[in-house]
Design a protein around this ligand. Structure first.
Ligand code: NAI
Length: 802
């Protein structure tokens, strides 16, 4: 044992172990015999696996077995979904206040057992007790309190909404109890029931939470927990009784889930991986930024989806910053998670450790310079030292791939523009951290970075009042805050709406362009072209298709667009970036101008509608009138769809800003050919998006007549692009296109499934109608929901004070 003199010389910490006897006693109680396994929690009781299988749960820090847990089968999932369905009937009908009391009780009980949960979490996951005690578990309680509040308010704040139903929730191992809280609290507050599958490495705190549910008197079946691995998760995803899926985990599995749920009508949110930039400007407080890196990439051993894993350091500050960082790394203590002096605990499992090692070897092979401190690692268990790679090429594997370990990769930049370019040089978009004492610069970069959460001069801050979730391949949907709650609700009209059988889809038969028959009524060839980049262009294939009137007569032709045309249109839309940067006032003015020019041609548009659809003159005039009004309505909203300032922490402003997706693909409905088109295009462009719209194929001329309206209304080139042709053929290309960030589809059921499936490539956000009709001329045809779907929320955290 070291004597006092030694201690004074080294100034080393002594061990400060957290007692865990209460947790070991709990484990012994639940796994008393060698054949015992902790069961699933279904219908309010702990039950054995129907298949009799069980699996080991290990402590990664000591490589010891903590418990055995029942292995979930498809039959177990079936039982759990049935229990959740049965409970839904009553739970969803409880007054919000009653649900609030239940959530409040859960929050209170968790708070009373904070120490127990923190120790169990650290033993199961390997994370330092300081983190589970000071961050994870307090945030868990906070989530239940916050959502007890939402349960109270949901009826008045979302009067048109109802709960989705039975929610399947699949969570990862990096924040086991916190991810459970992020999923279960909003689901229950909104009136749903859940079947949750914890990660196979870390099921224990979920089972302890199940005990809390029992103790709190939560009605049986409201929360069900089934243990198991990916196969159990896949059974939950595939279960027809599940109405909504919420998943946090790898992008690969997120993509599989997107594909397998395509066309099922299940609501879906995905919170996936990241490779988040941590940007340090020369004028940053470098010492604070070094502490920021510690919290960004060594928090939870770097096993954090929003870890600041890509350090981007301004060239002039890089040598000084790296040397300060290395000095700080020397002081990081890697060791027993239950020691209160430990900074970095154990990696969750050998397979993850192996993955980290392989990527680090790859980084070295690719020429990057690895630096690790000298401090010793424990000799047993899954440990990896804090690591820093410099001399990293932006295109190298370690700069692109999520390492999910305590490994930072550093690159330098010269100008703020270069910093933004490097920051966005990733397929992900979960978070970013920006360090500069110049708040103007930091905010400008925050606005330009493509990420769902941006921390200015801080990092890895979370709160139940602020939504969390990603852009791009980091997934879609938010957890936390108002928008997180909305993911667990549906509009009354969409709940349980009958799924319609598909009617045969319109097939545009190509006519050779040269054989284009003249418009007999006028004697002049009026073959509508496509509208791309502000110009009327011939379709790439040179073909057109016949547009017939209600009585079957030929009334004109429209261009038969193909994949090349769609790609050209996306390119034109991608270039029109100034639209998103224009002021909302400016966009509103353009929309008013469109409305004005459309109104001036009411009789012409009405006549066209009458000829195409056979409706009477009054109905046609009314559709044009509604299209004008709707354009006004979205012009009015352009500068009023505000974000907010969340009440997160003291000394912190957390701004929620709505941002446009960028390029959107729109498939417009057949019903109300003009109004339907306007109902999709106007909210999208009012929010700053550029669109590639595919009009109703049989009634395409209602949209092609708009070319000249857009052309004469100051709509910048490339903001609205219109490609006519077969809806599903064109939409497939749009849904697969990596430059397109969101797709709205109003067509057939089969087409909806196709769009959802094809969108899995870059995990774009989709809104499809599953073939269900929509009353475009009524309240359903316009609303805030359209604006919400035309935007994504970016939360920017700005601390203040010295
Ligand atoms: P994973 O995505 O396989 O596991 C996450 C959860 O999904 C677990 O509960 C797992 O059982 C479940 N799951 C696995 N396959 C499934 C399927 N086909 N259908 C339904 N559920 C399924 O992640 P894994 O393998 O544990 O870690 C691999 C990598 O994923 C990590 O190295 C890291 O890069 C990333 N990851 C990202 C997380 C995040 O928070 N974004 C969390 C965990 C992992």
């Amino acid at each position: 044992m070291a004597n006092i003199k030694d201690i004074l010389l080294s100034m080393d910490y002594g061990p400060a172990p957290e007692a865990n006897d209460h947790v070991t006693a709990w484990l012994a109680k639940h796994c008393a015999g060698p054949a015992d396994a902790m069961g699933h929690y279904i219908g309010g009781a702990f039950v054995a696996s129907s298949g009799g299988g069980r699996f080991e749960v290990r402590n990664p820090a000591h490589d010891t077995v903590l418990a055995h847990v029942a292995e979930g089968t498809a039959a177990d999932i079936d039982r759990a979904v049935a229990a959740a369905r049965q409970a839904f009937a009553n739970w969803s009908q409880l007054p919000g206040h009653q649900r609030a009391r239940h959530l409040y009780a859960l929050a209170r009980l968790i708070q009373k057992r904070e120490r127990f949960f923190a120790v169990l979490e650290s033993m199961d996951n390997g994370k330092p007790i300081r983190e589970s005690r000071d961050i994870d578990v307090p945030l868990v309680a906070r989530h239940f309190y916050h959502h007890a509040g939402w349960a109270e308010l949901v009826e008045t704040e979302f009067p048109e909404a109802v709960p989705v139903g039975v929610c399947g929730q699949i969570i990862p191992w990096n924040f086991p109890l916190l991810m459970l809280a992020w999923k279960i609290a909003p689901a229950l507050a909104a009136g749903n029931t859940v079947v949750l599958k914890p990660a196979e490495f870390t099921p224990l705190t979920a089972l302890a939470f199940a005990e809390v549910c029992q103790e709190a008197g939560l009605p049986p079946g409201v929360v069900n927990i089934v243990n198991g691995d990916g196969a159990t998760g896949a059974a939950l995803v595939a279960h027809p009784g599940v109405d909504k899926l919420a998943f946090t985990g790898s992008t690969e599995v997120g993509r599989l889930i997107r594909e397998s749920t395509a066309g099922t009508g299940k609501k879906l949110t995905l919170e996936l991986g990241g490779k988040s930039p941590f940007v340090v400007f020369e004028d940053a407080d470098l010492d604070a930024a070094v502490e920021g890196v510690v919290d960004a990439i060594w928090f939870n051993q770097g096993q954090v989806c929003c870890a600041g894993s890509r350090l981007l350091v301004q060239e002039g500050a890089a040598p000084r910053f790296y040397s300060k960082l290395r000095a700080r790394m020397e002081t990081l203590r890697v060791g027993d998670p239950l020691d209160k002096c430990t900074d970095i605990g154990a990696i969750v499992a050998p397979v993850q450790l192996q993955r980290i090692r392989e990527l680090v070897v790859k980084g070295q092979a690719e020429g990057a310079t690895l630096w690790q401190p000298q401090s010793p690692l424990p000799t047993t268990g899954c440990f990896f030292p804090p690591s820093l790679f410099t001399d990293v090429e932006p295109a190298s594997t370690i700069a692109e791939v999520e390492i999910f370990g305590p490994v930072a990769v550093a690159m330098t930049f010269r100008t703020p523009g270069e910093a933004v370019e490097l920051a966005n040089n990733t397929r992900y978009g979960l978070a970013a951290s920006i360090w500069s004492e110049n708040i103007n610069r930091a905010l400008e970069v925050a606005a330009k970075v493509k990420a769902g959460v941006v921390w200015i001069n801080c990092t890895n801050l979370f709160d139940a009042a602020s939504g969390f979730g990603g852009y791009r391949e980091s997934g879609f949907g938010r957890e936390g805050g108002r928008e997180g709650l909305a993911e667990y609700l549906v509009h009354r009209s969409e709940k349980g709406a009958a799924v319609v059988a598909d009617t045969p889809q319109f097939a545009a038969s190509a006519l050779p362009a040269t054989a284009a028959p003249a418009n007999e009524a006028r004697g002049i060839d009026r073959t509508a072209k496509l509208f791309i980049g502000g110009k009327q262009v011939r379709p790439d294939g040179g073909n057109s298709y016949a547009v017939h009137g209600a009585e079957g007569g030929l009334i004109g032709q429209a261009g038969l667009g193909n994949r090349k045309d769609v790609r050209n249109a996306v390119e034109a839309a991608a270039k029109a970036t100034s639209w998103g940067a224009a002021t909302a006032h400016n966009r509103a003015q353009v929309l008013y101008y469109v409305a004005e020019n459309l109104a001036a041609r009411t009789s012409e548009f009405a006549e066209r509608l009458r000829a195409m659809t056979g409706c009477d003159a009054a109905a046609a005039a009314r559709e044009v009138e509604l299209a004008v009004r709707r354009t006004f309505w979205y012009a009015a909203w352009a500068d009023k769809f505000d974000g907010g300032v969340h009440a997160t922490r003291t000394s912190n402003v957390t701004l929620a800003m709505y941002e446009p997706w960028g390029v959107m693909g729109l498939a417009c409905p057949d019903a109300a050919p003009l109004l339907g088109f306007v109902s999709l295009v106007m909210p999208a462009i009012a929010m700053g998006n550029r669109v590639v719209a595919v009009p109703s194929p049989p009634h395409a001329l209602a949209a092609t007549d708009l070319y000249t309206v857009f052309g004469s209304s100051d709509v910048p080139d490339g903001v609205v692009n219109i490609v006519t042709g077969e809806r599903d053929v064109l939409l497939k290309t749009l849904a697969e296109h990596d430059e397109v960030a969101a797709v709205w589809y109003f067509g057939s059921r089969a087409g909806s499934a196709m769009v959802e499936k094809a969108s899995a490539g870059n995990l774009k956000s989709t809104w499809v109608n599953h073939g269900r009709p929509r009353a475009w001329s009524e309240a359903d045809g316009q609303g805030r929901a359209f604006l919400q779907r035309a935007t994504q929320v970016k939360n920017i955290w700005i601390p203040y004070g010295e």
